[in-house]
Design a protein around this ligand. Structure first.
Ligand code: SMG
Ligand code: MG
Length: 375
């Protein structure tokens, strides 16, 4: 394809309710979208990408303005240079074209996603068939934030179970861990249940975290710091609850290291965090070869990212339900046709590329900034 122009569109979407984790309370989401226009064999095609960086550098070092800046000044210009040097631009060459820029994986992932979408739309192929998905729908789990009281939590979890979510993930932090888990187990019995600490603990908390073993959780996600694979391996040996890594797995190499160290029995795959859907697929393959279960995480994506995540999660190694909930878990108004829960599952779009496109009127309404990066 020949890149014609790239638009960086920032949108603002209020959340239906505040989402509190160990590191912040979010009341709105401001994703950066990429609208990429390219010429493929004489036909103009548009591809969409979504950058999952949060507004502030709290989940990882990336953040909205930084992502927009690196895309505008470095990443998009590198793609123009790549094609000007006579190379063919495809999704498979994006990460190589961008290889000299250190880090900024979420920004790179969004750009690669937009190129892949354009490429697949032009080739009349869905993300799902590109990834080799083997199912038409994926089981839907939901991530439950930290709330002011146990009563509030039980009400929230009960509502999600009534809606049909097949797995509950509770956000935990010091002071909100054993008691909420106990309360949910006592009220709802043997439901598929797991917890996510977003790096809020240290190894000194091992005796406390070990108390969670009594509740037969599916897994504990990222209890310790992002850069501490070794300590996760030590903690994993002290607990029976399977250790799952999120923030620590920034690449296929990190996944291979974590598996070799015994730091991860399960991996949460987020394409943005690892630099793109192609790297995400590599992690799926490495994990499968090592007997490590994977599931697809979420970053409160709009329908664009949700579509791509659902397609990825259709691959056979995704044996645990992901954080791919319905659009209305977070948004009253999504920018695409909303994803809905159908008997606890999310249907993978089957149309070309992502199979979904932003609704022009909605996009216009929620856009707060747009700029075009030309050659
Ligand atoms: O998209 O359903 C979703 C959110 C799932 O809990 C979720 N994501 O650490 O896994 C995680 C968090 C990261 C985002 S917190 C604002
Ligand atoms: Mg997590």
């Amino acid at each position: 394809m020949r890149l014609l122009n790239v638009e960086l569109i920032t949108v603002r979407l209020p959340l239906v309710s505040p989402f509190t984790t160990s590191f912040s309370t979010q009341t709105e989401r401001t994703p950066l979208l990429i609208k990429l226009t390219a010429d493929v064999d004489g036909t103009e095609v548009v591809g969409w990408g979504e950058c999952v960086a949060l507004l502030d550098p709290l989940y990882s070092e990336e953040y909205l303005d930084g992502a927009r800046d690196v895309l505008r000044r470095y990443l998009v210009p590198l793609l123009y240079q790549w094609q000007d040097a006579g190379h063919t631009l495809t999704a498979e060459t994006v990460s190589h074209a961008l290889r000299h820029i250190v880090g900024h994986r979420m920004a790179k992932a969004a750009l690669e996603m937009a190129v892949l979408d354009a490429q697949l739309r032009a080739g009349n192929t869905s993300f799902a068939s590109y990834f080799g998905a083997t199912t038409a729908a994926v089981p839907s789990g939901v991530s439950v934030g930290i709330v002011p009281s146990i009563d509030h939590l039980l009400g929230t979890v009960g509502d999600y179970l009534d809606q049909g979510y097949v797995r509950i993930k509770l956000k935990i932090k010091p002071g909100w861990d054993v008691e909420p888990v106990r309360a949910v187990r006592e009220r709802f019995g043997d439901i598929p249940l797991q917890v996510d600490a977003n790096a809020a603990y240290t190894l000194v908390d091992a005796p406390l975290l070990r108390q969670l073993d009594a509740f037969e959780l599916l897994l504990i996600e990222q209890p310790l710091a992002e850069d501490d694979l070794r300590q996760h391996a030590l903690l994993a040996r002290q607990m029976t609850t399977p250790m799952c890594l999120d923030e620590s797995i920034v690449s296929a190499a990190a996944a291979a290291d974590a598996i070799a160290l015994g730091a991860a029995a399960v991996i949460n795959i987020k394409p943005g965090r690892v630099g793109g859907y192609l790297e995400a697929r590599r992690i799926h393959d490495i994990a499968a070869a090592n007997g490590i279960a994977v599931w697809c995480g979420g970053m409160l994506e709009t329908g664009l990212g949700r579509a791509a995540n659902a397609a990825l999660a259709g691959m056979p190694g995704f044996t645990l339900p992901g954080d791919i909930s319905a659009s209305d878990r977070f948004y009253r108004l999504d920018i695409t046709e909303p994803f809905v829960l159908d008997a606890g599952q999310i249907t993978i779009p089957s149309g070309p590329g992502l199979g979904v496109t932003p609704l022009p009127d909605v996009l216009k309404e929620v856009s707060v900034h747009a700029e075009t990066v030309t050659a």
